[in-house]
Design a protein around this ligand. Structure first.
Ligand SMILES: NC(=O)c1ccc[n+]([C@@H]2O[C@H](COP(=O)([O-])OP(=O)(O)OC[C@H]3O[C@@H](n4cnc5c(N)ncnc54)[C@H](O)[C@@H]3O)[C@@H](O)[C@H]2O)c1
Ligand SMILES: CCCCCCO
Length: 296
């Protein structure tokens, strides 16, 4: 619906190249170049430019590796973590994709986020997908949890709208926000974290419904529990359960690789309004029950 398709290409040999970068008059050479890069068996992601906020985290790193199997044109990783060895490892994985790392803290003022995004857009000319994945889990850190998990995501999203919003002449874009199963049903003992993820889910559902105005589609990927450094040990709110991590990790979990495989599959489905549930290696788009309708 919002994917500005290039000139229809023969579906037999080539997939339709979707493009937000040149919404008006697509240069026929772009089509040929894109086709040359993307064989018929390639993914929707082939030849795309992707920004991945938190692409070096435990889930982020394996998801970045999975993305790099899809012949992206550019993968720009923004993260607070600065681990050059991980970036070098990613750069080696696929010669078809240029991997760039830029330090970024999602809690900076929105003007800083815009400045960083301008540098990226000036370099790449277009960005097809923004993945917002920054998150912390420590219910002792109330302000920080909300600042990183929610405000940081909202600000980064709002900042990119300067470059994507079709009302400003932008090409539109695709937002992939990392929520969590706790955004649907809380881990009661970490209500601040769970609430921040519910906010991410709710915010993103609204953006999806605004896509007809902004040209920006949006969905969330909501992993179940994965054994990462985030969950190894964390504080419950007001210490209501000192052993919350141990108790949770007694239940079935999934690996970062399983999550990454489902994560990229969800991105390839590119469903505006998707509520992707990624638990124990499965991928399901869940239906949100409506209890009330603002009727506007
Ligand atoms: N591990 C799980 O079970 C699980 C389940 C569902 C959702 N999640 C979410 O997935 C995401 C990744 O979590 P993870 O388990 O890989 O843990 P992780 O700690 O390895 O990753 C967290 C990522 O967020 C980044 N980050 C934190 N604060 C930041 C800031 N201020 N600015 C920029 N980046 C910042 C970190 O650098 C890291 O890349 C988080 O949003 C988390 O809430 C995790
Ligand atoms: C083990 C607790 C996992 C909490 C992160 C789910 O988003």
């Amino acid at each position: 619906m919002y994917t500005k398709l290039c000139r229809p290409v023969p579906s037999i040999n080539f997939r339709t190249v979707t493009c937000f970068c040149k919404p008006r008059q697509l240069n026929k050479y772009y089509n040929i170049i894109a086709r040359a890069n993307c064989s018929a068996s390639s993914s929707f992601l082939c030849d795309k430019n992707v920004i991945f906020v938190a692409g070096l985290g435990d889930i982020g790193l394996d998801t970045s590796k999975e993305l790099l199997k899809r012949d992206l044109k550019n993968l720009v990783i923004l993260d607070r973590i600065d681990k050059p060895e991980l970036v070098c490892e990613l750069k080696e994985l696929n010669p078809k994709t240029k991997v760039t790392f830029m330090p970024y803290d999602v809690t900076v003022p929105i003007a800083e986020s815009k400045k960083l995004l301008k540098k990226i857009f000036d370099k790449l000319k277009c960005v097809d997908i923004l993945i917002n994945g920054a998150g912390i889990l420590d219910d002792h850190k109330i302000e920080a949890t909300i600042a990183v998990n929610y405000t940081g995501l909202v600000n980064t999203t709002t900042a990119i709208m300067d470059f994507w919003d079709i009302r400003k002449g932008g090409p539109g874009g695709i937002l992939c926000n990392i929520g969590s199963v706790t955004g649907f049903n809380a881990i009661t003992q970490v209500p601040v974290y769970s609430g921040s993820k519910a906010a991410v889910v709710n915010f993103t559902r609204s953006l999806a419904k605004l896509a007809h105005i902004t040209g920006v589609t949006a969905y969330t990927v909501n992993p179940g529990i994965i054994r990462t450094s985030l969950v190894a040990k964390f504080n419950s709110w007001l210490d209501v359960e000192p052993d919350v991590a141990e108790l949770l990790l007694e239940h079935p979990t999934q690996s970062t690789k399983e999550c990454a495989a489902s994560f990229v599959k969800a991105i390839e489905k590119n469903k505006n309004g998707g509520l992707w549930f990624l638990d124990q290696g499965t991928l399901e788009n869940i239906k949100w029950r409506k209890y009330w309708d603002p009727c506007i």
